[in-house]
Design a protein around this ligand. Structure first.
Ligand code: SF4
Ligand code: SF4
Length: 135
């Protein structure tokens, strides 16, 4: 394989391995990440979350993964102790920024790729357009 072939193959591999971001238990609850999220996917521990928060979603909607949800309905917190990220709302900042904004501001580097939520760049962009069709 020539140099261009190696670069192309490497780029394809990276695009296949994009994923949502998760906050680890090293979080110190500083709150710096929450206002930076363009999808309102970050919530303080013990707070309820909603699909409609910070998005255009309202009422009954079918997500890009095929699930039907009520965007207005309060959902159970994913963590009671530390800030958490809703995987269904995280696009790894695709469509808004070149890099995850939560990871960029976190003082203890505890916003890391979530191996349990691997999505392609196309899937993340589709999710972003679904939540923000007007942007
Ligand atoms: S990666 Fe971006 S979209 Fe995902 S939680 Fe962090 S700031 Fe929000
Ligand atoms: S910026 Fe980092 S330490 Fe601060 S609340 Fe967010 S995840 Fe936790």
């Amino acid at each position: 394989m020539n140099t261009f072939g190696v670069i192309f193959a490497s780029t394809k591999l990276e695009r296949k391995n994009t994923m949502a971001i998760i906050i680890t238990d090293e979080c110190i609850n500083c709150g710096a990440c929450e206002p930076e999220c363009p999808n309102t996917a970050i919530y303080e521990g013990a707070d309820d979350w909603r699909y409609k928060d910070g998005t255009s979603l309202t009422g009954k909607v079918v997500l890009t993964n095929g699930s039907e949800v009520d965007a207005d309905e309060a959902q159970e917190p994913i963590s009671d102790e530390i800030y958490y990220i809703v995987p269904d709302k995280c696009t790894e900042c695709k469509g808004f920024h070149d890099e995850p904004q939560c990871a960029a501001v976190c003082p203890v580097d505890c916003c890391v790729p979530d191996d349990d939520h691997v999505e392609t760049e196309e899937e993340l962009l589709a999710k972003q357009r679904f939540m923000h069709p007007e942007e």
